[in-house]
Write a protein that binds this ligand. Structure first.
Ligand SMILES: [Zn+2]
Length: 409
C-alpha cells in the first residue's frame, strides 16, 4: 500500500462473524496519501441483511477554476509617441506635490494616472485562460468542436440525410484533429523537455506541469537505502534517509564552535533620503521585459519601451546624447565617433558607423520592404506607408538603438 502512496482511512472493524464472535476490518477505503479525508465512519447495518458494516468517507476535493480572463496589453499596436507625449504633458509636479507627505496617496494616484494614460495609447485585449485545457488543445480545435456541436443540435432538430452527413464529416474532422494534436504534442514533448532543461528552466517546468496535469503527489516517493539496498516507504525512514544523506554531503563541522564576534564596520545605518533620477533610470534599464507585472498592472514593457522612444524623439530634435548634438550645445569638445569618424551624428550612427554593421544589416533587412532606407524615414517615418507599417518601422529602429548599446546597456 505504501509503495503506491495509498492509505486506509477506515480504522474500525467492519465484519462480524456471529459464530466465532470475531470482528475484522474487511472493508477498508484506500485513498491517495495526499488526499484529505475530513471524516470517516463505519455505519451499523442490520445483521439480518449483512454481516458487514458499511463504510463512509468524506473527501475534500479542490475544484480548480475552469477558466479566468486576463487583460493583455497589445504593445505591437501601441502608439508610444502619444503615450510619451501624454506622460510628458501631464503636470505631475503640481498634482503629486499636492499630496504633501502622503506617499501612499501619491503612489496610488501615479499608478492610476499612468495606467489611464497607457490605456489611451496601448490597446488591450481580454483573453480567456483555460487552465484545465489539455496541453495539446488549441483554439482551432475548439472552433471546430463548436461547429460540430452546432451541427449536432441542428441534426437533432431535423433529421435529414444532408444534416446527418454534415455532422458526421465535422465529427470525424474533430476526432482526427484531436488525435493528430495529441500525437504531435507527445512526439515533441520529449525533445522539447530535453531542449528546455538546459536553457530555459521556467519553460521546462511549465511544460512538465502541463504534461503531468493535475495528478501530482506532494508526498516523497519511496527511497532506496544505499546501505541496505532496501526500499524505504515509511515516512520516518524516508526522513532519516534524507537527513543522513544531507548530513553526509555537508563537510564542515561546527561542533562546539563559538560564532566569531564580528566588529561593526560602520556606525551608519541605511538611510535613504533621496533617490536620484539616474538611479531610477538605471533600474528602468535593467528591467526584464516579459516578466509579469505586479498588482498595479504597470508592466516592464510599458516602462522600458519609453527609453528607445525618448531617444528616437531626441534624435529627431537633434538633442540626443550623440557627440554631434552635444558638441553643438557646447557640452563636449569633440564631436567625433569612437570609430574615428570626425562627426557622430544620427546619419553616421544609423547609416555609416562601422561599429554597428551587423545590427544595421538586420535593421535594413527588416525595414527595406516598408520604405526606402534614408535618415528621414528612419527618424520620422513616411506618409507613403500605413500607420501600422510606420509602427513596425519604428519598432525596428528602437530595436537597433537598443542593440547598439551606444546609449544604454
Ligand atoms: Zn562611428
Amino acid at each position: 500500500m505504501n509503495n503506491f502512496c495509498l492509505q486506509n482511512v477506515v480504522k474500525e472493524a467492519t465484519r462480524f462473524d456471529h459464530r466465532s464472535g470475531r470482528a475484522t476490518l474487511l472493508d477498508p477505503i484506500l485513498i491517495s496519501e495526499d488526499c484529505c479525508a475530513t471524516f470517516t465512519e463505519v455505519i451499523d447495518i442490520n445483521r439480518q441483511m449483512s454481516d458487514h458494516n458499511a463504510t463512509k468517507v468524506y473527501l475534500r476535493i479542490r475544484i480548480l477554476a475552469k477558466f479566468f480572463t486576463r487583460t493583455i496589453w497589445l504593445y505591437k499596436h501601441a502608439d508610444f509617441t502619444r503615450f510619451n507625449n501624454d506622460i510628458q504633458n501631464f503636470d505631475w509636479q503640481t498634482t503629486l506635490t499636492a499630496f504633501g507627505d502622503d506617499i501612499d496617496g501619491m503612489a496610488v494616484f501615479f499608478t492610476d494616472k499612468y495606467i489611464e494614460i497607457a490605456r489611451n495609447s496601448i490597446p488591450t485585449k481580454t483573453v480567456t485562460i483555460r487552465s484545465s485545457d489539455k496541453p495539446w488543445f488549441n483554439s482551432e480545435i475548439r472552433k471546430e468542436i463548436r461547429l460540430r456541436d452546432r451541427l449536432h443540435k441542428k441534426l437533432r432538430k431535423l433529421r435529414t440525410v444532408q444534416n446527418t452527413k454534415k455532422f458526421k464529416v465535422q465529427r470525424n474532422k474533430v476526432n482526427n484533429m484531436i488525435i493528430h494534436a495529441k500525437e504531435q504534442f507527445y512526439l515533441n514533448a520529449n525533445g522539447l523537455l530535453d531542449e528546455k532543461s538546459n536553457k530555459n528552466p521556467k519553460a521546462f517546468w511549465s511544460l512538465v506541469k502541463k504534461v503531468m496535469g493535475n495528478c501530482r503527489s506532494t508526498s516523497i516517493p519511496p527511497l532506496l537505502n544505499q546501505n541496505t539496498n532496501e526500499i524505504s516507504v515509511d515516512e520516518k525512514e524516508k526522513a532519516d534517509l534524507l537527513n543522513s544523506y544531507f548530513c553526509n554531503i555537508s563537510t564542515s563541522s561546527d561542533d562546539r564552535v563559538i560564532p566569531p564576534d564580528l566588529p561593526l564596520l560602520t556606525q551608519h545605518s541605511l538611510d535613504i533620503d533621496e533617490i536620484t533620477e539616474a538611479e531610477i533610470k538605471d533600474i528602468l534599464k535593467s528591467l526584464e521585459i516579459g516578466k509579469a507585472s505586479g498588482e498595479d498592472c504597470i508592466s516592464h514593457q510599458m516602462l522600458k519601451y519609453k527609453m528607445e522612444n525618448i531617444l528616437h524623439t531626441k534624435f529627431r530634435h537633434r538633442c540626443s546624447p550623440l557627440k554631434a548634438d552635444l558638441y553643438r550645445v557646447n557640452l563636449v569638445n569633440d564631436p567625433s565617433c569612437e570609430c574615428g569618424c570626425p562627426l557622430e551624428d544620427s546619419i553616421h550612427v544609423f547609416l555609416e558607423c562601422p561599429l554597428y554593421i551587423n545590427f544595421r544589416n538586420q535593421l535594413f533587412k527588416n525595414i527595406q520592404h516598408l520604405a526606402d532606407i534614408s535618415i528621414e524615414h528612419i527618424l520620422f517615418g513616411t506618409d507613403e506607408i500605413t500607420v501600422e507599417q510606420n509602427t513596425i518601422l519604428f519598432r525596428n529602429v528602437h530595436s537597433y538603438i537598443r542593440h547598439t548599446k551606444r546609449f544604454f546597456d
